[in-house]
Design a binder for this molecule. Structure first.
Ligand code: C2E
Ligand code: CA
Ligand code: CA
Ligand code: CA
Length: 283
């Protein structure tokens, strides 16, 4: 009968069918969550390695469930990417994060403290959207946030774009003063040519490399080399996944500027991040 052939959905084996059914359920779940705006942003501090001052926060999206559990981004961002749902979701993330950063900086300004930056992850789909720079501009204007206080975090893989729209978008943003951070640096394979060609202001060294500092000599040598290259290109360096005081010291000694990781704080809900802002310090 129609729909029973080997090349139809019904023809797939039961395991694949179960996977497809779950994917379909999660996809419509994402639609519902988008229309009800039931996502939440968590914020993780990014801290100056030398003196522990607050440099900024990275916004990290979460999908809270009615049963109190929270679905982590790795479990729904790839799907949202594949379906294009990342465009409306990404717009919400951008607007929420910039708005929050403006509020926090109002508090810091009133106390005579330096402004902090907000880092927002953007995925390939967003970067290749010709309307992306406008979207960023509108979010900044509506929030009343200085473009220099926004860092857009993009991975190398998101920048592999034959049409070159991602690159053109990043250049437009850079010209408007927005910072660009190359995320997960070291995990791709064409890293060095990217560093040469991209309008990047900051390099984030992936946790996978930071993990080996300072105990594994080869990993540590690599991190030292990456920091050296970054510095010679006058890039800022942020180390991801800093978990111990020993790592912090070693990274600071090697010249990394900022760190982010469980040593300082895990990603936290907005109320806790606001409490840190009021306290004025992370540590
Ligand atoms: P990422 O951008 O590399 O974010 C860093 C991840 O490392 C976060 O996981 C953070 O919680 C985790 N992390 C930070 N410090 C430590 C540490 O000291 N130890 C350990 N074990 N982990 C640490 P998270 O929040 O689960 O996010 C995972 C990934 O999901 C992110 O990796 C990013 O690629 C993606 N993602 C998160 N939020 C967004 C978003 O708003 N938009 C997009 N497009 N992607 C997002
Ligand atoms: Ca990131
Ligand atoms: Ca990262
Ligand atoms: Ca990472």
């Amino acid at each position: 009968a129609k729909g029973d052939g080997p090349n139809t959905w019904r023809g797939y084996d039961p395991r694949l069918r179960a996977v497809l059914a779950r994917t379909a359920a999660r996809r419509s779940g994402l639609d519902k969550a988008l229309s009800e705006s039931s996502f939440e942003l968590y914020y993780q501090p990014i801290v100056w390695l030398d003196d522990g001052d607050m440099g900024g926060f990275e916004a990290l999206v979460r999908w809270p469930q009615p049963d109190g559990t929270v679905i982590p981004p790795d479990d729904f961002i790839p799907l949202a990417e594949a379906t294009g749902q990342i465009l409306p979701l990404g717009r919400w993330i951008l607007r929420t994060a910039t708005d929050q950063a403006a509020r926090w900086n109002t508090i810091r300004l009133a106390r005579g403290l330096a402004p902090i930056k907000i880092s927002v992850n953007v995925s390939a789909h967003q970067l290749r959207d010709p309307g992306f720079p406008e979207e960023v501009g509108t979010a900044l204007a509506d929030a009343g946030l200085d473009p220099a206080l926004l860092m857009v975090e993009a991975t190398e893989s998101a920048l592999i774009d034959k049409a070159g729209i991602a690159l053109a978008n990043l250049r437009t943003l850079t010209h408007r003063g927005v910072g660009v951070s190359l995320d997960d640096f070291g995990t791709g394979y064409s890293s060095l040519s990217y560093l040469r060609d991209l309008p990047v202001s900051t390099l984030k060294i992936d946790k996978a490399f930071v993990d080996g500092v300072p105990d594994e000599p080869r990993q540590t040598a690599l991190v030292k080399g990456i920091i050296g290259i970054a510095k010679s290109l006058t890039l800022m360096v942020v180390a991801e996944g800093v978990e111990t005081a020993e790592q912090r010291r070693a990274l600071a000694r090697m010249g990394a500027d900022l760190g982010q990781g469980y040593l300082y704080a895990r990603p936290m809900p907005v109320a806790e991040a606001s409490a840190l802002i009021r306290a004025g310090r992370v540590t």
